[in-house]
Write a protein that binds this ligand. Structure first.
Ligand code: AMP
Ligand code: ZN
Length: 146
């Protein structure tokens, strides 16, 4: 039974055992185009070292991923592709839509009228009382302090 890492498609791309249209590579990260783009220029940024989820990501890896995403966003804006704005998207867990369990940022070029829409969700449109927001913040803050 192969280990998850030897079986991982993004690890294979890092090792050049699978094809990819690479945009950027440095010591810690790799950026390449999504094979099924939601929009032209749709890119992915990954840590080179396998991490399935945010919880598995070493602290020192989070900065480099965002920095590469920032560079890719700048590249998209300067590329001549339609890119008036950029969304970063990261799915952490199956219920969040994660399909490839090697953590990645999606870098999505956006333009007026492109048809994207992510403003939805069970609480969308509701504006909770401050007391409810404070109670929610307390729960998360307490968990982070553990
Ligand atoms: P997610 O749903 O956030 O896990 O996104 C996984 C993304 O990886 C999808 O947008 C896929 O199209 C993309 N993907 C899967 N396999 C490859 C591959 N071999 N090369 C490039 N992108 C891929
Ligand atoms: Zn991997």
């Amino acid at each position: 039974m192969p280990s998850p890492v030897s079986d991982c498609i993004f690890c294979k791309i890092v090792r050049r055992e699978a094809p990819a249209s690479i945009i950027h590579e440095d010591e810690a990260t790799l950026a390449f185009l999504d094979i099924r783009p939601m929009i032209r220029g749709h890119a992915l940024v990954i840590p080179k070292a396998h991490a399935a989820s945010l919880a598995d990501l070493p602290k020192e890896s989070s900065g480099p991923i965002l920095e590469t995403a920032r560079k890719v966003a700048a590249g998209l804006r300067g590329s001549g592709l339609r890119c008036e704005a950029v969304n970063l998207w990261l799915a952490d867990g199956k219920e969040a839509g994660q399909e490839v369990f090697h953590l990645h940022f999606h870098v999505l070029p956006r333009f007026r009228g492109d048809g994207f829409g992510v403003r939805t969700g069970p609480d969308y449109g509701r504006m909770p009382e401050r007391s409810e927001l404070d109670a929610t913040a307390t729960k998360i803050r307490d968990a982070m302090g553990r």
